[in-house]
Ligand binder design. Structure first.
Ligand code: NAG
Length: 369
C-alpha cells in the first residue's frame, strides 16, 4: 500500500519537473549566455512587446463594406484564431531594429507556451508580460520587486524606495540584492546622503567645484581639500601652473597649462626646443640651423639669404651712382662704381663659380645642343 503511494508520488513529481523543464524553456537557459547586454527579463520584455505589436498589426480593424454583422462575426472568430497566431508568429521580432537575435531565440523557446496563452480565452492581451515573463518563465518580477522570490524593494523611513534617488538592485527582475543603486551624486543605504565630491543644497546633491576634492558648498573657496592639480592659496583652491616648473615636458615638447593639469605637445619639426606651437616659437635649433628671432633657418637657406641681400645692395648702390652722375657729383659716382667693381671682383675671385666660369659653362651647354 505504502509503496504504491510512494511510487505514484514519484511519478507525479517526475511529470511535474519535466513539465516545468519544458514550460520554463530550461533546455537553453538564457542566463548562461553571458556575452549579451540584455538580461533575461529584458529579453522577455522585448519579446512580449513585439508580440503586442503584431497583435496590433494583425487586428484587421477595418470593415470593408458588406454585411456589418457578418463582418463582425468573422472578425470575432479571427480574433483568437490559429490563423492570426500564425500571422503573429511569422512577423514576431522581424520589426525590431535592435536585439532581434535575442527576440528570435526566445520566441523559438517559448513558442509552445505562447500558443497555450493564445488559445486560452481568459488571458488578457495587456497581461502577456506578467503572464509570460513574471509568472511563467519567472524571468521578471513586478515593478519594485527583486530577486528569485520577487521580494519588495525595501522602503526607507519615508516609505520611499531609495529616497526617490535611486533604484533597488534587481528591480523588476529575478536577480539582484535589493540594495539601493543611487543616482549620480547620491550615496548611502537609502540614497539619503550626498556622494563624494557633492554637497547638499536644500536636500539636493550638487557637484563640488572642479577645484575641490570634497566640499561643503559651491565655489573653489568651499573645498574640504583641493583636487589634484590645484593648491590652496588664502583659502581658495587655484590651478597649479605645472608649466612654470622646469623640465615638465621632454625637451622637444612645449607645455600647455590646463585646469587641474597640463599637456605636453610636440614642437614644430623645424625647432629643437620651443615655447609654443608653430615654426616661429623656437628657442633652439637642430645642428646646422641657426635661430633667427624664434625661427630656425637652415644653413643653405642662410647662404641664399645673404647672397640675395648682397645682390639687392649692389643694385641699390648702382641706382645711387646713376642718381649722382645724372646730377653733378660725377667724381663721387665713379669712385663708388670703382669700389663696387673691386668688391664684386674680390668676392668673385674667392668663389669656385665666379662669373666667368658660369658664363663659360653656359656657352658650353648652348653649343652642346
Ligand atoms: C607661439 O606660441 C604661443 C603660445 O605659447 C601662441 O599663442 C602663438 O600663436 C605662437 N606663435 C606663432 C607664430 O605660432
Amino acid at each position: 500500500m505504502a509503496i504504491n503511494i510512494i511510487s505514484k508520488l514519484l511519478i507525479f513529481s517526475i511529470v511535474l519537473t519535466l513539465r516545468e523543464q519544458i514550460t520554463l524553456g530550461q533546455k537553453w537557459p538564457l542566463g548562461s549566455k553571458r556575452s549579451n547586454k540584455l538580461n533575461e527579463c529584458q529579453r522577455c520584455k522585448v519579446l512580449t512587446d513585439s508580440f503586442k505589436t503584431w497583435i496590433d498589426k494583425t487586428s484587421r480593424g477595418k470593415h470593408e463594406g458588406g454585411d456589418a454583422a457578418w463582418e463582425e462575426a468573422k472578425l470575432k472568430s479571427y480574433a483568437r484564431s490559429e490563423m492570426r497566431l500564425v500571422e503573429i508568429q511569422e512577423g514576431l521580432c522581424s520589426e525590431l531594429k535592435t536585439h532581434k537575435d535575442h527576440c528570435y531565440a526566445l520566441a523559438e523557446e517559448v513558442e509552445v507556451v505562447l500558443e497555450k496563452w493564445w488559445i486560452n480565452e481568459n488571458y488578457d492581451e495587456s497581461d502577456l508580460y506578467s503572464w509570460l515573463c513574471i509568472e511563467n518563465l519567472q524571468y521578471c518580477c513586478p515593478p519594485y520587486h527583486f530577486g528569485e522570490a520577487c521580494n519588495p524593494c525595501p522602503l526607507d523611513s519615508n516609505n520611499e524606495i531609495c529616497g526617490g534617488m535611486g533604484n533597488c538592485d534587481g528591480d523588476g527582475t529575478r536577480k539582484g540584492s535589493g540594495k539601493c543603486i543611487c543616482k549620480k551624486g547620491y550615496a548611502g543605504d537609502h540614497c539619503d546622503v550626498c556622494a563624494k565630491n557633492f554637497y547638499s543644497s536644500m536636500n539636493i546633491c550638487k557637484p563640488c567645484n572642479e577645484a575641490c576634492n570634497g566640499c561643503h558648498s559651491d565655489g573653489p573657496d568651499a573645498c574640504d581639500e583641493c583636487a589634484t592639480g590645484w593648491s590652496k592659496e588664502f583659502g581658495v583652491c587655484v590651478d597649479i601652473n605645472e608649466c612654470s616648473e622646469p623640465y615638465v615636458c621632454k625637451s622637444s615638447d612645449f607645455c600647455i597649462n590646463r585646469k587641474g593639469s597640463y599637456d605636453c605637445k610636440s614642437c614644430d619639426k623645424t625647432c629643437s626646443t620651443c615655447v609654443g606651437p608653430g615654426p616661429k616659437n623656437c628657442t633652439s635649433c637642430k645642428p646646422n640651423d641657426v635661430l633667427w628671432s624664434e625661427q630656425c633657418i637652415n644653413n643653405n637657406k642662410l647662404k641664399e639669404l645673404y647672397r640675395n641681400a648682397f645682390i639687392k645692395t649692389t643694385f641699390y648702390v648702382i641706382c645711387l651712382c646713376i642718381l649722382l652722375m645724372s646730377t653733378f657729383r660725377i667724381s663721387l659716382a665713379s669712385l663708388l662704381a670703382l669700389a663696387i667693381s673691386l668688391g664684386i671682383y674680390f668676392i668673385e675671385s674667392s668663389s669656385d663659380f665666379n662669373l666667368f666660369f658660369v658664363y663659360k659653362q653656359y656657352y658650353n651647354n648652348i653649343s652642346y645642343f
